[in-house]
Ligand binder design. Structure first.
Ligand code: PGA
Length: 253
């Protein structure tokens, strides 16, 4: 059973990736604020860092319910001589409540490894920012049928976190599904969710978790995915850049 806060609310996370502009942020967030479907605390917008301050200002000024996420956080906390880095302390200062950590694109293009990701999770938690920790297998492992071991290995990262984990979001995003239009079957999604829940039950029985599915989520498949009881929400990439499409997804649970 997925418990998010005190309710069964499912999380809808928009991952804009390296897209957008100040005017798009102003337009899209202001549009979302006018709708009961999207102006909800379970609707989380993960923006590029340069847009977070603008979005935070719009949300705070209008006393809105939507939540903000970064797409990454530094492995270093506080302040210091780490050119180009953005710390969890700085994100907290902006009222950013969530951060994506370990997205497959960062693992692939920026070489992010387990120990780095564990530090990021630690700093996020220490700054009351909820990590959205991403795991997911590449296509060759899926085809060879050995992806469960790979996913469990990625989850081992949580054992290296050097603070108490009370509350975490784990997003299962098969790499072959991201941006491809290919979506695993309901059974396959359920099986990955079960794997994550079992790992957490065995290793972190007292941690409150929500498990998300991510990868080619669209207005067409959102209802089916969000109806899977073990799915606690969705992480939406491409479809989150279109206001109408994302609004339908938000209304699908
Ligand atoms: P997608 O991306 O929805 O465009 O497949 C999902 C993600 O990478 O988070």
């Amino acid at each position: 059973m997925i418990i998010v806060g005190n309710s069964m609310t499912k999380l809808i996370v928009a991952n804009w990736k390296m897209n957008g502009s100040i005017s798009k942020v102003q337009h899209d967030i202001n549009t979302y604020l006018t709708s009961k479907v999207t102006n909800q605390s379970n609707v989380i917008i993960a923006l590029p860092n340069v847009f977070l301050a603008e979005a935070a200002k719009i949300i705070t000024d209008s006393n809105a319910s939507m939540s903000l996420s970064s797409q990454d956080v530094s492995q270093f906390d506080g302040f210091g001589a780490y050119t180009g880095e953005i710390s969890a302390t700085m994100l907290k200062d902006l009222n950013v409540q969530y951060t994506i950590i370990g997205h497959s694109e960062r693992r692939l293009h920026l070489g992010e490894e387990t120990i780095t990701l564990a530090k990021k999770i630690t700093h996020a938690i220490n700054n009351q920012i909820k990590p959205i920790f991403c795991i997911g297998e590449p296509i060759n492992l899926r085809e060879n049928g050995v992806y469960n071991e790979f996913l469990l290995d990625q989850l081992e990262c949580l054992k290296l976190v050097s603070c108490e984990i009370k509350d975490i979001i784990i997003a299962y995003e098969p790499i072959w599904s991201i941006g491809s239009g290919l979506v695993p079957s309901v059974k396959e999604v359920e099986s990955a969710m079960l794997l994550v829940h079992k790992f957490m039950q065995n290793n972190f029985p007292h941690v409150k978790i929500a498990t998300l599915y991510g990868g080619s989520v669209s207005s067409k498949n959102a209802t089916e995915i969000l109806n899977i009881p073990s799915v606690g929400g969705v992480l939406v990439g491409g479809a989150s850049l279109k206001v109408d499409e994302f609004t339908i997804i938000c209304g699908s649970c």
